[in-house]
Design a protein around this ligand. Sequence first.
Ligand code: IPD
Ligand code: CA
Length: 292
Amino acid sequence: MTSDLTTPGPDELAALEQLAVAVATEAGQLVLDRPSDLGVAATKSSDTDIVTVMDQRAQDLIRTRLGAARPADGFQGEEAGGSTGDGSGITWVVDPIDGTVNYLYGIPAYAVSVAAVVGDPTVPGAWRPVAGAVVGPALGETYRARVGGGAFRRRGDGPETPIVPTGCTDLGHALIGTGFGYEAAQRRWAAEVLLHVIPQVRDIRRIGSAALDLCHVADGALDGYYERGLNPWDLAAGWLVLTEAGGTFIDVPTGDLTWAATAGIAAELERLVTGAIERVPPVRPRSAPGPG
Ligand code: IPD
Ligand code: CA
């Protein structure tokens, strides 16, 4: 993978965006056909961090399609397997099903997230998305964006419309999304931080898909969102949809914290969350080496 953060030219950007939409849509159709006997195929970071057979099938499909269309690109997916590519400067960062627990239970808030990024997505802070799509097949929603091109949403067979965040300027009236991750210590920490945040905002939503959370800040279904411990595949496409819609996105690699907001509450939300974090004993970052 390369450290070059140069944005591709307009024609390549448009082609990357179109490819992201096409493969995310195809994978969305695949996962929509949910097996009636769907169960947990494997677990990852903890017993609650699950994989279904459809996560791997969707990733395999996406990888095959991207590999056929752009063989020199790198690939990083949530499920097993990745490659550095052959010097094209683009790596695809893919979450085949973001919101896998919702998917397992038949809750429609899950999405396929496909992003083309420049830089090295394995190094925090050393990459950024340049084109991407988030497709929620059970919601009938498709979001897309490319650098400088704006952000768009299609619902069902309706027309594509440009999206913008809400005009909220008052944190006390802001609807804020968040998530808790999968590790027990991380969840306890997130719940304690939330105790300080929830009295200061309109309400909290835990939708269960970070990719959708970011798109929902982009299209005004949420005013803001924060979460600790996300991975590049959770946020790559949603980050671009949000910033192209005009929202604020901050990913703090050192603190492992991501937040997103409509511009009018971004600074206030940052103050509230960082203030809450200061009042809660830290948990060790996931990537920190253990004792000994
Ligand atoms: C998860 C979802 C969830 C977030 C977790 C993610 P997954 O992704 O985005 O909302 O809270 O941190 O890992 O496991 O469903 O792909
Ligand atoms: Ca995910």
